[in-house]
Design a protein around this ligand. Structure first.
Ligand code: B16
Ligand code: MG
Length: 218
């Protein structure tokens, strides 16, 4: 039987937490006295919390002490946690359960590959955690996307060769990470933004069973 390992990013692929990250970073930027646009936010997707704050300070042209840096990381996450506390199944992005169910029925191993340190509580809140054979998140990796570490670890935990794995990603950094890992990269979002992906779909509703079968057989 043909078998592929499927690795799902979390934020922006399974749930739309990207909007909450954006809101928290935007409020932080505004408090520091500068603007932060949705376009700039594209570069933050899939990027770790620490790297995101460094980027934000560069955008604002701010230099701060290590102590203040650590404090801002905490306050950004505290605001983000308030948003995700309210989450339930209604925040799952369209047709994600259909695809997870189909892959599970076909006996495909499934991993989460996320930069977030909040991945497990989010999957529990939206009640999707049982689909995942393994979870690789920001607590288990040292190198952030576009480094392929998160996906390579996912593949090895699924006991699959990297080139037999398929990654669903909404971020430029994540697509680059999947490509570096020699995996099939499937972008979820805007084809212009995610032009480095092997395939791009606006959302999971556009992903047919036929397409999944071809990927599994390929
Ligand atoms: P946290 P993903 C990433 O998750 C987000 O896209 C990115 O915006 C965020 O900064 C990063 O997680 C860290 O998240 O602050 O919760 O640890 O897209 O890789 O699932
Ligand atoms: Mg993402």
């Amino acid at each position: 039987m043909n078998k592929k390992g499927f690795i799902f990013d979390l934020d922006g692929v399974i749930v739309d937490t990207a909007k909450y990250h954006y809101l928290a970073w935007k409020n932080l930027a505004n408090n520091l006295g500068f603007e932060f646009t949705e376009e700039q936010n594209e570069l933050f997707k899939g990027v770790s919390r620490i790297a995101s704050l460094k980027l934000l300070l560069e955008i604002g042209g701010k230099t701060i002490s290590q102590e203040e840096f650590d404090q801002l990381l905490i306050s950004k996450n505290d605001e983000y946690l308030e948003y995700i506390e309210q989450m339930d199944e209604s925040e799952i992005l369209p047709d994600v359960p259909r695809v997870l169910q189909y892959l599970k029925q076909q006996g495909m191993p499934i991993a989460l590959g996320s930069a977030s340190k909040n991945a497990t509580p989010i999957l529990e809140k939206v009640k999707l955690i049982s689909y995942f054979d393994t979870i690789v998140d920001g607590n288990g990796v040292t190198k952030a996307k576009p480094d392929p570490e998160v996906f390579l670890l996912g593949a090895s935990q699924l006991d699959m060769a990297a080139d037999q794995c398929v990654v669903f990603e909404d971020s430029i950094a994540g697509i680059q990470a999947a490509n570096k890992a020699n995996m099939i990269s499937i972008g979820i979002g805007d084809p212009e933004v995610l032009h480095e992906a092997d395939y791009v779909f606006a959302n999971f509703t556009d992903i047919s069973i036929q397409f999944l079968n071809n990927i599994i057989a390929g």
